[in-house]
Design a binder for this molecule. Sequence first.
Ligand code: ADP
Length: 401
Amino acid sequence: MNILVINCGSSSLKYQLINSDTEAVLAKGLCERIGIEGSQITYQPAGGEKEVTVSPMPTHTQAIQMVLDALTNKKSGVIASLAEVGAVGHRVVQGAELFTKTTLVTDEVIDEIENLKELAPVHNHGHALALWACKKTMPNIPQVVVFDTAFHQTIPQKAFMYGFPYEDYEQYHVRKYGFHGTSHRFVTAKLAEVMGKDLKDLKVVSCHLGNGSSITAVKGGESIDTTMGFTPLDGVLMGTRCGAVDPSAVTYVAGKHGFHVADMDNYMNKKSGMLGISGLSSDFRDITAASEKGDARATLAKDMLVYDIKKDIGAFAAIMNGLDAVIFTGGIGENAPNCREEVCENLEYLGIKIDKEVNNFKGELKKISTPDSKVEVWVIPTNEELLIARDTLAMVEGLKK
Ligand code: ADP
């Protein structure tokens, strides 16, 4: 079966058509600037040339239609007609406490996703728009939603609560949700496969390090704590996000700058992190290059990230009573040997020892710990789209039974 996987934001939509038998990506691409002037679609069939078409996309419905037209195009399309799409799988960022697992889409489910937009203002509204657009353009094709937060719904209450008055948890649902769940689930399942172990028997720290980064403690296949919180702003230093800070620093800085709530949000999400510290860039490649040339603030940004990750590995080892494996994934985790090496330095007391020579590579699945390291350390490229396709297939197969 061919499964269309959609990852939709407020003005952009990434897509992949995946053959679920072979797990091959048949085509992929991106619609940009939906609802904004100058919108365009990028389409790339497997092994073929990338095509960019500039065309108006006033709404998500037109964007979905453009994707379907590209996939079925007589010249460069990879399928003859829509009949060859068996199901659509969507990534949804925030499922809160309502959605603890992958869910089949109904009108009520889309309304609930829309209603959760207060908890994920940048994302959930865009997801709902894409879901309605797919319903309209493909009314007879089942749709499935996979939530970033669902994997973290196993975190115990003592770990997900904030120390605010309990009533605000009940009334406003203020708590830790955690994100990147699809990625942490994918890489931990892969880890068990490559280690030849049952995930039920493993204590793992999964480090997803990209523009947004989160570290998760996975015990027996379940997330039991994670560094991101109510929103993806909490935890380690990120590209442009500050990560964890004392909440009083937020009110103090807002007062000093005369910031309103939205200004402060922008400051913490867009102006901070490695960009804010270095004053140069949010991109880890630029930070590394500048640090190698002796730039002190770039070095500080890198050191802060490494320090945060190291501290979280230690904290999660403490709550799991030890560790069997550490995973590095995401753009930085997969591609930055310097980050992995510095994180693992001086962690011998936890049983972590990596081989610096073996570690010197990018973007592959590989074990980097030494044979005598008690804890196995792996680099595992993530593939959220593939997991969404697998979940979607399982849901659709389940419907047939
Ligand atoms: P997102 O969180 O937006 O999905 P990615 O997972 O693609 O982001 O990660 C982006 C980050 O990965 C950037 O900081 C980028 O610099 C870093 N990165 C990508 N390739 C490399 C590389 N070859 N070496 C070092 N860092 C890299």
